[in-house]
Write a protein that binds this ligand. Structure first.
Ligand SMILES: *Cc1c(COP(=O)(O)O)cnc(C)c1O
Length: 377
């Protein structure tokens, strides 16, 4: 399969073909932990022990590498396990430059890992490319990007930030969980590594905890990370790999529908009297809209946040009255979710108290809008 194939085609066909022994179209799930050697001791089929690799993991990793346009991918037991593999590249005395605004679990990892390892950690405002340029000027081994940000939906200028990071000699990691390769391809802008919480859009059905780490083009780096994957042992099991690969067949269909729904919902909310502010890069009035339009050709994503007029109690009340939207954390699934973020992020959360984060599913946008209309009344 070449990169020229369209996205839906890649989603269906990448690293997938009928089972050679039975002709089955659905891939078999190989639960084996160990694989037979030939009489001479060789492993001609490429599999030895399942921590090192399995047929279902190969199928998933090959597919995600093709979708992102990378040379290889590694599947982990969660998004945070994939992050840890990337953070392993940071040695004692080296510096990590990371955004103030990142997934809060990731920020906790930055602080804990840098401290334990004796590495430097510098937080910067990644929505200001000049601030990142200044932060990396002192040298950096890793620069971590997340765009759009969670839950404020700010946009990081990939071209400018990656250029500054590379001038400083850093490797750039981009968390592409929110955008997915359907909306944004960080490798087109020179990112060196992409991480995903596969738990979100890649899985898409709120039923597989998983993470992916993708390498753009550096074979030696891929080998080093693959060794870490096997050594750390935090690999994704065969059934989870199978579920994820199966879900990715509909990734582009789902995400495109979810983006269209998010744009419709954002437009409705922006015009509503009970709403103070809508944060969604697809709205022309959003401060990152121009940059987002240039670097997210496939859509603006399907997560948006809304600040409800009347403060925290009003926001919590809206979430309490929705019927189609489920009150739950996480995002990216076929069902729409609504969440009061500040209360899950804890006492030091910088998130506005009246902010609700919405993850738009694949329901009819008109039904979602009707649900929000009654909840906002
Ligand atoms: C959920 C999430 C993670 C963490 O992934 P898990 O699969 O929950 O470990 C990391 N980054 C972003 C942007 C996320 O949304």
């Amino acid at each position: 399969m070449t990169q020229q194939a369209g996205l839906n085609t890649l989603c269906v066909h990448s690293a997938r073909s009928p089972d050679p022994t039975t002709g089955a179209l659905a891939a078999p799930i190989h639960l084996a932990t160990t694989f037979q050697r030939d009489a001479d001791g060789a492993y001609p089929r490429g599999y030895r022990y399942s921590r090192e690799g399995t047929p279902n993991r190969d199928a998933l990793e090959g597919c995600v590498a093709a979708l992102e346009g990378g040379c290889g991918a590694l599947a982990f037991a969660s998004g945070l396990a994939a992050n840890m593999a990337a953070l392993e590249l940071l040695e004692a005395g080296e510096r990590l430059v990371a955004p103030h605004e990142a997934y809060y679990g990731t920020k906790k990892q930055f602080t804990a890992h840098a401290q334990r390892r004796g590495a430097g950690l510098h937080f910067a405002d990644f929505c200001d490319p000049d601030a990142v340029r200044a932060a990396v000027a002192g040298g950096a081994r890793l620069v971590w990007i997340e765009t759009p940000t969670n839950p404020l939906l700010n946009v990081v200028d990939l071209r400018r930030v990656i250029a500054s990071a590379h001038e400083a000699g850093a490797l750039v990691v981009c968390d592409n969980t929110f955008a997915t390769p359907v909306c944004q391809r960080p490798f087109d802008f020179g990112a060196d590594l992409v991480v995903h919480s596969g738990t979100k859009y890649l899985g898409g059905h709120s039923d597989v905890l998983s993470g992916l780490l993708v390498v753009r083009n550096d074979g030696a780096l891929l080998k080093r990370l693959r060794d870490w994957q096997s050594m750390s042992g935090a690999v994704l099991g065969p059934f989870d790999c199978w579920l994820l690969r199966r879900s990715i067949a509909t990734l582009a269909l789902r995400v495109r529908a979810q983006c269209a729904g998010a744009l419709a919902v954002a437009g409705f909310l922006a015009a509503h009297a009970a709403v103070e502010r809508v944060l969604y890069p697809g709205l022309p009035q959003h401060r990152g809209h121009t940059v987002a339009a240039a670097q997210m050709p496939g859509g603006f994503g399907a997560v948006l946040s809304v600040c409800v007029a009347g403060g925290e109690a009003a926001a919590v009340g809206v979430a309490a009255r929705t019927r189609l939207f489920t009150r739950a954390t996480s995002l990216g699934s076929v069902e729409s979710l609504i969440e009061h973020r500040a209360s899950i992020e804890g006492p030091n959360s910088p998130t506005p108290r009246n902010l609700l984060r919405l993850s738009i599913g694949i329901e009819e946008p008109a039904d979602l809008i009707a649900d929000l209309a009654q909840a906002l009344q």
